[in-house]
Design a protein around this ligand. Sequence first.
Ligand code: 5U1
Length: 689
Amino acid sequence: MPVDLARVTALRREIERHNHAYYVLDAPIVTDAEYDRLFRDLQALEAEHPELVTPDSPTQRVGGKPLDAFPKIRHAVPMLSIRTETDTEASGARAFDARVRRELGLGESDPPVEYSAELKFDGLAISLRYEHGMLVQAATRGDGETGEEVTQNIRTVHTIPLRLDTESPPAVLEVRGEVFIRRDDFERYNAKQREAGKPTLVNPRNGAAGSIRQLDPQLAAQRPLSFFAYGLGEVQGWPQPATHSATLDALEKMGVPVCAERTTGPGAATLVAFHDDIAARRDRLPFDIDGVVYKVDRVDLQRELGFVTREPRWAVAHKFPAQEQLTTVLGIEVQVGRTGALTPVARLAPVFVGGVTVTNATLHNQDEIDRKDVRVGDTVIVRRAGDVIPEVVSVVMERRLQPEPSRFDILQAYPVCPECGSHVVRLEGEAAARCTGGLYCPAQRKQALLHFAGRRAMDIEGLGDKLVDQLVDRGLVRTPADVYGLSLDALAGLDRMAEKSAANLLQAVESSKATTLARFIFSLGIRNVGETTAKDLAKHFGSLDRLIGAAEADLLAVRDVGPIVAQSILQFFAEPHNLEVVSKLRAAAVHWPESTGVQQSTGILAGKTLVLTGALPTLTRDAAKDLIEAAGGKVAGSVSKKTDYVVAGEEAGSKLVKAQELGVAILDEAGLLTLLAANNNNEQHVLDF
Ligand code: 5U1
């Protein structure tokens, strides 16, 4: 063999081996860089010696020239369809077994029939023709007799071998199966398309079918298609195994992808168990299926059973309830969540999908409404998979009403919150429109109260979620201000509230009145204002009224406050309902020391960012954080180039490694305390928050 041919052949073998490991086994054995290098070497050699290019070369997977139309192909062996069992319950499997036994003339005392069970993939049926081991042709089913030749597109499917991996290939081997798109590939592809402002695929099934029917193979090559084999067409020169299951095993050995989710066993019990197992795991499978398929395993029995009108008597598709249906959008409303986000919900004409009647489907947010262009009156595809909330997948544009209904805009339809009448805003960079009445809105009540009472906020011990649920559900507390009006009598009627715990709670409520400005600001639950920002704001403004009266420019002057945080603060205090609650809290004697504020922290750690990792010998996380912040420093959650110090304790993990990589200064607890001692000697920064 000439040197170049030997090298080309060796490179192809190696690349195909890596393709199989990567695409079929999902277990790559070389790095992407190494794979790219091999691929480029092969491309270069083929460019130098065009006479060495063969159709089975991995370089031929990238897609050739666009076609005007697909040539028609007559299938040597018709591509049959499969009978569907209409009974979607497990009894459907028993009905199939009973039919098979009757048709084979088996009596009750005869042994059970051996069956093979596999998945019914939701894609496009394809026939692959291998001659002497080489993929020479691929065709769609068409009407079963005649299909369309889609060889170029099929070559771009990486999981389909261009050459069978066997020393003695059959003269002819037609492999039949399904081209489909995995869910993760589908999501990844759509995300990439969205980012590039390009069209997305509606769902994996349409995506697979549309890609194969694409006349431009270069476009098909960009679609993340997969393939599983489930049967044979014409075979010459190959002693086909005696059973269907052994046939699939043999195909798999030749490098043809066959789904691992398959089983073989005796009688209806095997089928029922498989059906139930797959039905329970359907939503966790990496690809969509629309049911399972049962087949008589022995090929001789299959022949004996034969066909009726293009459907074999030896196989049946046992479908699961459809996960997608068409319906109409009767209206679009919003639901206000615990954090104040307004989620648009489509009210739908009732439709049976995924095993239940669906009347609502989430539209997620304004961007999703715009992207799918959903309007009231539209016919839409609604999807319900497992326990996931039903969602509108896409609009059937051909059925849009005329004249066209107008676009739905959340802020226009809901300028104020439907729950509490507070203003609705959409912050820059946020997907959700939100109610600004955080302290007042019934939808946000429980969340707001829990946050308000939290340890790092007003620190009301005993006011946890169970108690908050009861207080809100019984109408005893509507806003955080109501907490200060609770009495022993009111608490006495609550579940699991002994007199002692009621008294303790009231004591905790009383103690919480004396707080700090930073805690109070944090307790308000202003969006994007965490504990550190609350401290920065308290330090900077010194008084609540100065914060409430601050203009955007004043807010932007505060350390680490950017336009988004500033907008959140402005919108919170612009809502009269919130001011009303703040005023009631003050009237209830919630108080804190105020000051004139400081423009710049002067502590020894002013402007420094520290990261804590591992367990410190004496200080808790919270205590260390308090000390650092009191010295003007900031505690961040992750290490970056901007980190000034990492304080590492025992069992410090990846943050310590990262600090070492980036050359960030590392302290232990003693080192931190030494730094802080220097701060304390430097008495100038007495802060009053
Ligand atoms: N898994 C599987 N899907 N599927 C579809 N097997 C299978 N067999 C089919 C079809 C249409 O047809 C044969 C029974 C002819």
